[in-house]
Design a protein around this ligand. Structure first.
Ligand SMILES: Cc1cc2nc3c(=O)[nH]c(=O)nc-3n(C[C@H](O)[C@H](O)[C@H](O)COP(=O)(O)OP(=O)(O)OC[C@H]3O[C@@H](n4cnc5c(N)ncnc54)[C@H](O)[C@@H]3O)c2cc1C
Length: 398
């Protein structure tokens, strides 16, 4: 990785020269038009049925998708196919989190296949220092309905108990491999009605594998009003039981679904009353982790500039080195490059989730990104204005 760093105190997320250094003029134009198209609600709404239809009747749209949205948000179709993208990030001191993003397959064979693929990412991470973390989504390793049943304390049949045993084994195989290889692993958070069982399982993995260092990281969704308390409770358990807590802090990706389900089923929504409450708890969670950073591995998974700046400033105030081994920032590939590359240039540890998998199989992930870039107020506008600023800067400095 290049050792070029900014001086302390020079961190600016407005520096588009650093943010887009890895993009040619052509790449920049493509990104501009992509975000323009994504900002059109209409296209995002009709895109999914049209694409499903086209794939079903065998229309040749794979090439078009690969050349546009797939290339922007994904690293490739295989681990090897991601090599150039991993190098491009590494050139600017940004690490990669290989995220096998195949979704919606619900067979034991598919779960074993996903587990084996994640083990391959762990093996590869061991050989490449530019791979910062491994990651998996719990529903890639087990049936959603099974998690839901356990979460709701519904008794399991004998077969279901065996099935859950296999889910546990998959979790354990990955965490064990990560522990043995010294590769950290993030366990993504999903819907609240399956999250308790995932939290329990992840806590057990932390107790087992985080004895010498934070290896296994759970995800805390601070858009839930109970998650700051969970983070603290897990920390106190880690402290008394003598293990390291791994904490990836996010706001949470399923807000609309959570609220709709709570209303439909008539229970109180687990989501904070407003964005300000989510922001407040996110800030408090960051500060709590910094207060106990000797025992907590912290990852700030956010595109929020104020939080990223706040964390960077707090590290300076507390005289923590920028490359503190327990502190990482993370964004998604293709989003908020102004955060990732400027933080990395200032010497902080940054990684990008790099989704990969066959084009058709990662479509659900791509549709979520498309939706997020229309529904998250301000994000697309921010991406567009930064790209426009850089285009202008290049024109005037030519
Ligand atoms: C590296 C990385 C890993 C991630 N992993 C996960 C994961 O494992 N699980 C997961 O669920 N998500 C995950 N996410 C997505 C994340 O939860 C957010 O949806 C997304 O990053 C937007 O939040 P933000 O902090 O970046 O930005 P912001 O724009 O500051 O925040 C937007 C978020 O604020 C919250 N919010 C918005 N309006 C309201 C409101 N009215 N009331 C209450 N809250 C509100 C919502 O969570 C919304 O997504 C991840 C994101 C990143 C960058």
């Amino acid at each position: 990785m290049s050792q070029q760093t900014q001086q302390l105190g020079e961190l600016s997320f407005e520096n588009t020269e650093i943010a887009f250094r890895g993009k040619s003029n052509g790449d920049l134009n493509k990104a501009y038009w992509l975000f323009k198209i994504l900002s059109s609600n209409f296209l995002t709404r009709v895109g999914r049925p049209i694409t499903d239809f086209a794939f079903n009747v065998g229309l040749p749209i794979k090439g078009l998708i690969r050349a546009t949205i797939f290339n922007h948000f994904c690293g490739g179709e295989t681990i090897k196919g991601c090599f150039p993208a991993i190098e491009r990030l590494a050139d600017q001191r940004v690490g990669t989190i290989l995220d096998y993003s195949v979704e919606g397959e619900d067979t034991e064979e598919a779960f074993d296949g996903t587990c084996n693929e994640i083990l391959r990412t762990v093996a590869y991470a061991k050989t490449n220092p530019n791979i910062s973390f491994s990651v998996f989504k719990p529903t890639g390793l087990g049936r959603f309905d099974l998690f839901e049943k356990i979460n709701a304390n519904v008794p399991l049949s004998t077969n279901e108990k065996l099935e859950y045993g296999r889910v546990r084994q998959r979790f354990e195989r990955i965490c064990q491999a990560c522990h043995d290889s010294g590769v950290k692993v993030l366990i993504d958070a999903e819907h609240s009605w399956i999250q308790d069982v995932i939290d329990d399982l992840t806590r057990e993995m932390m107790q087992q594998f985080n004895r010498e260092a934070p290896i296994v990281y759970n995800t805390y969704q601070l858009y839930r009003h109970d998650k700051l308390a969970s983070l603290k409770a897990d920390f106190y358990l880690a402290e008394t039981d003598g293990f390291f807590l791994g904490a990836k802090l996010v706001r949470g990706a399923y807000m609309e679904l959570e609220r709709e389900r709570a209303q439909e089923k008539g229970y109180p929504s687990p989501i904070q009353p407003n964005k300000e409450a989510t922001d407040r708890d996110y800030d408090l969670a960051i500060r709590f982790c910094l207060d106990h950073i000797d025992r907590i591995g912290l990852m700030a998974g956010t595109h929020n500039e104020a939080n990223s700046k706040m964390l960077a400033d707090e590290m300076n105030d507390r005289q923590l080195p920028h490359d503190h081994p327990h502190i990482h920032f993370a964004q998604l590939l293709g989003m908020s490059d102004n955060l990732s590359f400027n933080l990395a240039a200032a010497g902080y540890q940054v990684a990008k989730y790099m989704p990969y998998g066959p084009v058709k199989a990662v479509m659900p992930y791509l549709f979520r990104r498309a939706q997020e870039n229309t529904s998250v107020a301000g994000q697309t506008g921010r991406e567009l204005s930064l790209i426009a600023k850089e285009k202008k800067r290049r024109k005037t400095t030519r």
